[in-house]
Write a protein that binds this ligand. Structure first.
Ligand SMILES: [Zn+2]
Length: 213
């Protein structure tokens, strides 16, 4: 894997209780990288070593799908900080799969309200309302973050035109940055749009580290 993409994938999403790294969803690949000393600490760049597992958790997909996750825990051989490796299919502190939340945000960007989105995805209305409220609060920061990413990734960056709302603007620029990443690294699997988004912003699509939620 090119070093640049590797770094891109391992932006830290520090949390109050424990540091989290968003990594590839391919568990065997991550395990191989970990055992070969190819995953590095985002703080001090020393190799991370296996350090047991985090708490098991259940992740909700759309239409009632459930998946169980037991994230790998690691310890930095340099600064001794422990990190939980979180697959890019989920975002820190979220019980719902990244793909489902992202799909909900895309539908919201088209102008649909939380009730319709909830019905479409088979999720509770309150859950979808919570995603939208958080994302609206984050949308300007997210838009700015992915605008910078788009400029860095694209040969000839074309900014998406201003959309109907800050939420829609943020969703558009994530999509544009994802397309640019796929063009820049055609040989790599850049993953789905929302897995990419979580990785690129260290899991902080709906929440940031300083947020209480
Ligand atoms: Zn370290």
């Amino acid at each position: 894997m090119p070093a640049r993409l590797d770094r891109f994938r391992l932006i830290a999403a520090g949390q109050a209780e424990v540091a989290v790294l968003v990594v590839d969803s391919d568990v065997l690949l991550v395990e191989r990288q970990l055992r070969a000393g190819r995953l590095n600490c985002p703080a001090c760049s020393a190799p991370l070593a296996p350090w047991g597992h985090g708490r098991s958790r259940m992740v909700r997909g759309d239409l009632g799908a459930r998946l169980f996750l037991r994230p790998r825990r690691t310890r930095c051989s340099g600064c001794q900080v422990t990190h939980v490796l979180l697959p890019e299919a989920v975002w820190p502190r979220r019980m719902d799969a990244a793909e489902v939340i992202g799909t909900g945000l895309e539908i919201a960007a088209l102008g649909m309200g939380h009730r319709q989105i909830a019905a479409h995805l088979g999720m509770a209305e309150g859950t979808v309302r919570g995603w939208l409220r958080r994302f609206r609060r984050r949308s300007e920061d997210v838009r700015r973050h992915f605008t910078v990413a788009l400029v860095a990734l694209a040969e000839d960056p074309v900014m998406p035109e201003a959309a109907a709302s800050p939420l829609s603007d943020a969703v558009s620029v994530i999509a544009a940055a994802h397309r640019a990443a796929a063009m820049k690294w055609p040989e790599m699997n850049t993953g789905s749009r929302w897995a990419f988004a979580g990785r690129a912003i260290g899991g902080q699509v709906l929440t940031c580290t300083t947020s209480a939620s």
